[in-house]
Design a protein around this ligand. Structure first.
Ligand code: PRP
Ligand code: URA
Length: 234
């Protein structure tokens, strides 16, 4: 059987220098989850024996867990309610929150993030990277219809060169969405550095920062192609 990751004729990262993991870990507003459950689920996700139904389920569950961490600073307002015993003052999230899944691979994560933020608006964003140049290509964007968003969570399992993430952040900041937060499962140091430089004020939440990109632009050790493994299109 041919190797779906063999693009030996096309090596866009060949000769490009990349920062190390420890170099990017010192950059500001980079949040790597150290939660043991996250790390164990991520291990099963990386395993090449994990088949698409389980892979999709794990992406969704990791979406829930990372959303829990990435939402920890969302502002709340007092919300008066009555319990069966007496009135009390509870809390309510401020509204106008969006989840922006980067298609296709962001779909599974967005389903998980939505469990944490059930009232959020979902604005799909079609961005794929050209496998020859690794540049992002936008193919679906309805965000011009979004009105008065206050917070936007961009979700995509893989932060590789950072091209797709930077494009997604550019789109939200232009609207403008005042608070943009980026959530991924696995990042390459090269993508973290590029995203941090292009958007210094966007917090980056990830489950892991891996070693490097290979010459084809895949994250190593990574998990392979997150879209194909979720949707059984390898
Ligand atoms: C993958 C991934 C990111 C992008 C990351 O999507 O889900 O969107 O690549 O790479 P980058 O950081 O170098 O831009 P892909 O283009 O494979 O599309 P897919 O989700 O439809 O499979
Ligand atoms: N996109 C993926 O799905 N995997 C990678 O390793 C890099 C980009």
């Amino acid at each position: 059987m041919s190797d779906p990751y063999d693009r030996s004729h096309n090596l866009p990262m060949l000769g490009i220098s990349q920062p190390t993991r420890s170099e990017v870990l010192t950059l500001p507003d980079i949040h790597v989850s150290h939660h043991p459950v996250v790390q164990c689920k991520l291990t099963t996700l990386r395993d090449k024996r994990t088949l698409p139904p389980e892979f999709y389920r794990l992406v969704k569950e990791l979406g829930v867990l990372l959303a829990y961490e990435a939402t920890s600073l969302l502002p709340i307002q007092p919300s008066p309610i009555e319990t069966p015993l007496e009135p009390t003052i509870g809390s309510q999230l401020l509204g106008d929150i969006a989840i922006v899944p980067v298609l296709r691979a962001g779909l599974g994560m967005a389903a998980g993030v939505r469990q944490v933020l059930p009232d959020a608006q979902i604005w799909h964003l079609g961005v794929r990277r050209d496998e020859h140049t690794l540049r992002p290509v936008e193919y679906y964007n309805q965000l011009a219809r979004a009105k008065n968003l206050r917070v936007g969570f961009i979700v995509d399992p893989m932060l590789a060169t950072g091209g797709s993430a930077i494009d997604a952040c550019d789109i939200l900041r232009r609207l403008p969405v005042p608070h943009v937060i980026y959530i991924a499962l696995i990042a390459a140091p090269y993508g973290v550095r590029n995203l941090r430089k292009a958007h210094p004020h966007v917090p980056i939440y990830v489950a892991a920062i891996d070693e490097r990109l290979d010459e084809r632009g895949y994250i190593c050790p990574g998990l392979g192609d997150a879209g194909d493994r979720q949707f059984n299109t390898l």
